[in-house]
Design a protein. Structure first.
Length: 443
């Protein structure tokens, strides 16, 4: 069922949830894990925590209990809230809140090690907290007349950012539930939203409805990110929503890099845009992208100073906190437009969700009959990439799928198993993961 949340309703609900969180003894800097269903209650719980300086810990809803337990053990939350506990929090006496979020949620990311780590931004002072919100308001122009359609679950950072800014500006948020193309089309026809964010696979599934689609020209902003958008889908979006409405941005769990209007993209095909205001992009000699950010965009890997140090260069001016990288590769043209040449070496992005091969390999290596396994991504028209595996051993795809179903969330499970006599390696013994699609005739 579609939920409608106005700014007035959200503020009241946030104050009550915040009152409940405070009465459990939580204070600014504490972490609260929200293992809850996406919707108005979860959104308001996230914002209630942030407006008191309590940091919500958010995990993928599709994780198996054992997978989630590993992340929560690392995050060490003072409180874990499920749907039942959240309902009880909504019935608490309200308290006063800061006018804007005082922190960013803790989301989890990883690298080629497959060891997921939380991204921690700490507690912001009043100046930086105000600037963090104002950046979103200025960039996307959120205002009291906006009706924002939420197409991604609340564990996605962009869902929170866009919803929070819409509500802070006095607008309304429309939450139709888990993405279903027909349901989203109905929400568009029924509630007439004028802003939204979709990953490219959302756009593809929406356009697949064909003639049953309602008019889409009422949007002033349709942002997309999370995966490479196929050229035909991008052009169809521009035609359907209007050139002025469609924007792309490039970012990561750690932070935001660029924004790109359709007119810029049409003039510079393939670009993901130029640096967002207040940021500066550079590319080092090996093609690694770095982004200088303002102080309110600082972050670190939770309890991992070594990885944090590897991700940051020190500030070169008083206006910058420093430059960070997520080890993506790219190039800048003479006008400052960024082009991506590749994501992190092993990262698979399927349906806008990050999947890390090393994590999957560590699980499937224990399956009976597996001697070696390599997980890799293959381009997919609907999902951006699909997860595949090359296997050396005496087993079957059916057996591996059954094993994976007990150990891995659905988005992590390989969609295809390819059996080989040996895996390709470099002369120094490093797995040539990116060569697998070609060797197997999948690219």
């Amino acid at each position: 069922m579609t939920e409608i949340l106005t700014s007035v309703e959200a503020d009241d609900l946030e104050r009550r949830i915040a009152g409940g969180l405070k009465r459990t003894g939580l204070v600014a800097g504490d972490r609260v894990a929200l293992v809850t269903t996406s919707g108005r209650n979860m959104l308001c719980a996230i914002l209630a925590a942030l407006r008191t300086g309590i940091v919500p810990v958010l995990t993928h809803a599709g994780l198996l209990p054992a997978e989630r337990a590993l992340l929560l053990d690392d995050a060490d939350p003072a409180l874990v809230v499920d749907d039942q506990a959240l309902v009880a929090l909504t019935e608490s006496a309200p308290i006063d809140l800061a006018p804007w979020p005082l922190a960013r949620p803790m989301h989890f990311t990883s690298g080629t090690t497959g060891r997921a780590k939380g991204v921690w931004s700490g507690i912001l002072d009043e100046r930086d907290a105000a600037a963090l919100l104002q950046e979103e308001l200025n960039l996307w122009g959120f205002n009291a007349g906006d009706r924002h359609l939420v197409c991604s679950p609340q564990y996605h950072s962009v869902s929170i950012r866009f919803s929070a800014a819409t509500l802070a500006a006095g607008g309304t948020v429309i939450l139709p539930g888990p993405f279903d193309a027909a349901g989203v089309a109905d929400a568009i026809a029924r509630y007439r939203p004028n802003t939204t964010f979709m990953v490219p696979s959302h756009l593809q599934r929406l356009f697949a409805l064909g003639e049953s689609l309602p008019p889409l020209d009422g949007f002033r902003l349709v942002a997309h990110a999370g995966a490479a958008c196929p050229d035909p889908v991008k052009r169809q979006a521009i035609t359907a929503f209007g050139e002025d409405a469609v924007w792309e941005f490039y970012g990561s769990t750690e932070g935001q890099f660029t924004a790109c209007s359709s007119s810029d993209w049409l003039e510079h095909p393939g670009t993901v845009g130029r640096a967002r205001p207040g940021r500066h992009l550079s590319v080092d000699d090996d093609g690694t992208i770095w982004c200088d950010v303002p102080t309110w965009a600082r972050w670190e890997y939770w309890r991992d100073p070594e990885r944090t140090a590897q991700a940051w260069h020190p500030a070169t001016s008083g206006d910058s906190y420093g430059a960070f990288t997520v080890k993506d590769l790219g190039r800048l043209d003479s006008d400052g437009y960024l082009y991506l040449d590749g994501r992190r070496d092993d990262l698979i992005i399927t349906g806008g969700v990050n999947v890390y091969p090393a994590e999957i390999e560590s699980v499937l290596a224990d399956a009976p009959g597996v001697r070696q396994i390599a997980v890799f991504g293959v381009d997919d028209e609907q999902w951006g990439q699909r997860v595949c595996a090359a296997v050396v051993g005496r087993t079957t795809g059916t057996a591996l799928e059954a094993f994976a179903r007990e150990k891995l969330a659905g988005h992590k499970r390989p969609k295809e198993y390819h059996f080989v006599d040996e895996l390709p390696h470099t002369a120094t013994g490093k797995l040539k993961r990116n060569a697998l699609p070609v060797l197997l005739g999948l690219s």
